[in-house]
Design a protein around this ligand. Sequence first.
Ligand SMILES: [Zn+2]
Length: 337
Amino acid sequence: MIKIPLDKIIERIKNEKGVSEAEINEKIEKKLTQLSGLISKEGAAHIIANEYGVKLFENVQGKMKIENILSGMRSVETVGKVQRVFELREFDTGQRKGKVANFIIGDETGTIRIVLWNDQAEKINELSEGAIVRISGAYVRENQGRKELHLNERSKITLNPEGESIGEVKQFTTTRKDIKELQENDSNVEILGTVVQVYDLRFFEICPECNKRARLKDENTFACDQHGTVTPKYSYVLNFFIDDGTENIRSVCFRNQADRLLNLSEEEVLTLRENPEKLQQIKDGLLGNIVKLVGRVTKNQMFDRLEFMTQLVFPNPNPEEEVKRLNEEIQEIKNEV
Ligand SMILES: [Zn+2]
């Protein structure tokens, strides 16, 4: 199923039908009340778009700009300029051996990670920063809240395709906000606050090949949607509250970011599964720390509250940089006055 973010649906209706955002939101709220508990806000927005006659899935054929690539899409074609190339990695899970490589491309609308598997992975050696590539027949997977384009045997990658050029690549930029200003669907926002409460580190099973969640099939057997029965590895998520004096928010850090926050390696974190005392010590040590988080804001429907999905954590934000930012903000206010 293709996932279109709520703000994108609203934008489409607004642009195509010329109705105000307030009017669209009102209709969505009404639909939610009507079907109370049966659908999500996105689901309600889909119905409203349909009622307005806006086709959300039209024009998914052909070349797409990166910002329009959505989770769940298959057979995606896009063109971008290579931003970063990572090293080829080989894996051996005992059951399967393979290779995986990834790189990042960008266009005028954003950037996205491209993941190459097995024979395709060798192509990473032909890529260099600044080269233009065309990707076709790729599918979109979501990894820790970020979209990735994966290539399989039928997908194509073309280096320096004829007649294609890319303007200035839109880089990742963040906006600093107070926690009380945060709104559902805010993305690339930065918050700075004190860790005031830490919950347990939760461990869960993942596929050793693609790192996606592995589901319990039957007693003691785990399966991945793509790779079938697997012997799972473990991943983890850390939940905590941070407070910046204006409000507090529950924040979520997945594996890599949890490692950064705890200042531990993956192996060290995994040993905490069997060491609750050490875990308690580490959790206590986090309390009172000042951290900077970059990420996006989601609504937890079940508890009707906002949560911060961390994409990048800075466990020791540089005080000089923060003072500089504060000075710049004061300067801006002075200029406005
Ligand atoms: Zn898998």
